[in-house]
Design a protein around this ligand. Sequence first.
Ligand code: FE2
Length: 191
Amino acid sequence: MPAHMDILTPIHKGLLSLLFDTAKSLGRLDFASSIQAAIAEREVRRCTSFLREHTNNEDSRVRPTLLRLAPALASTMLAEHEQLEQEAVDVERLLPDIAAANDADRVELGIELRHRFDLLLAHHVRHTTWEEEEVNTALWAGLCDEELAAIVHQVVADIGPTRMCEWDELVISATNRQEQEARSATHRTPA
Ligand SMILES: [Fe+2]
């Protein structure tokens, strides 16, 4: 078991898995087909909804504590979240154009969608790796496991049981046995 409770990495693993799955799908779908383009839209929106929700959870439940423990890291986290949100909006902005385009234009827009999505993916990988190294170090230096678990309980309560099932599916599919057992134990003991 790790020396400290890791409240970030298992969720990040789930999100990265979703990002890569979506990128793979965008690379395979035929945008000349309006049916396949609609599949692309659905998958992109599912992905950005999870990314946005996670960022909001970190801003509301992790960042206030980080602001106290390591203000510079809290500022960087906020700036990077804002940048990632803008990049997600830039991806989503293409979707109505794709839905309205003719077959030839849809193919061109599909290429642009994949490029924008791949950049979003790349920046998420860099951001979450930074959080797992820098933010976790600050959290572990300033908080005990009970305090870290309290943050998790707040996020679980914010998400609610129905949506939590979707998060569980995402995270469990991307994590190892130790992470799944730690997650299960933390979620069983609400604050
Ligand atoms: Fe983050």
